[in-house]
Design a binder for this molecule. Structure first.
Ligand SMILES: [Zn+2]
Length: 178
């Protein structure tokens, strides 16, 4: 069973070189985190049913609001350039997503776990906890949330709102979730 705990959205903005996926981690630039190497190098471009799923999710985000439209268009651009990808959640600590920017010319990217594609395009799971302000948060997380979250990181948004690990500035606005 998938839970919030094992679908957490890894990420953070970082500006180091693209991992060289033809070489083992021991041969990578030391600035590259193992997490980033592992997730990026296990990722692949969307095809078939999942391509339809991700395209539909981007369209729903786009239709919500002009700000959301800008985020969705950024996602579509990444998708068309092979920089919005899927990866097997099993590749790294049952991770849910990763978004940021590589610095060697590869630029912005976002990768979303296949679990979000297959299980949460039309369903949500609850993620709750206490943010850095000491307030309880409780979110309904789905594919669109993961997409907006990682795309905002890829667009340069660093860190999370209110110390809430699920929250980026437009995650709620652009998903319609609480
Ligand atoms: Zn994040």
């Amino acid at each position: 069973m998938d839970t919030a705990e094992n679908l957490k959205l890894e990420d953070d903005i970082y500006k180091h070189r693209d991992p060289d996926c033809t070489k083992p981690y021991s041969n990578q630039d030391p600035s590259i985190r193992f997490k980033d190497y592992t997730i990026w190098c296990s990722s692949k471009e969307y095809a078939g049913t999942r391509l339809v799923t991700i395209t539909n999710a981007l369209q729903r985000i786009k239709n919500r609001n002009p700000i959301c439209s800008t985020i969705a268009d950024f996602g579509t651009s990444l998708l068309n350039n092979g920089r919005l990808r899927e990866f097997p959640s099993s590749a790294y600590n049952s991770s849910g997503g990763l978004g940021g920017e590589f610095a060697n010319g590869g630029g912005a990217f976002a990768v979303i776990s296949e679990v979000y594609l297959d299980s949460y395009s039309n369903a949500t799971f609850n993620a709750s906890g206490i943010n850095s302000l000491g307030n309880v948060y409780s979110h309904d997380i789905n594919l669109e949330w993961a997409l907006v979250h990682e795309l905002e990181h890829a667009m340069g948004e660093e860190g999370h709102s209110e110390g809430d690990p699920w929250l980026t500035p437009n995650a709620q606005l652009c998903t319609g979730n609480n």
